[in-house]
Design a protein. Structure first.
Length: 67
């Protein structure tokens, strides 16, 4: 039976995201599409980490000099 599956993504914060979790979600999406289900992906949080552009002070121990 075909279903509509909605994947809801929160704050991904690329490129500092949990890549293992994203790979798992991508695999689940592929499985659902292969099964013939209707797939909808909703992004409800920050897709990219824009800390470098922030007007707020940067952290001293950040992973990047711009952050």
């Amino acid at each position: 039976m075909k279903s509509k599956i909605i994947f809801v993504l929160g704050d991904v914060h690329l490129p500092w995201c949990d890549w293992t979790a994203l790979e798992h979600i991508a695999e689940e999406i592929k499985i659902a599409k292969k099964r013939g289900d209707e797939v909808e992906i909703v992004q409800i949080g920050d897709l990219f980490d824009q800390r470098a552009w922030s007007r707020f002070p940067k952290e001293g121990d950040a992973e990047n000099a711009q952050l």
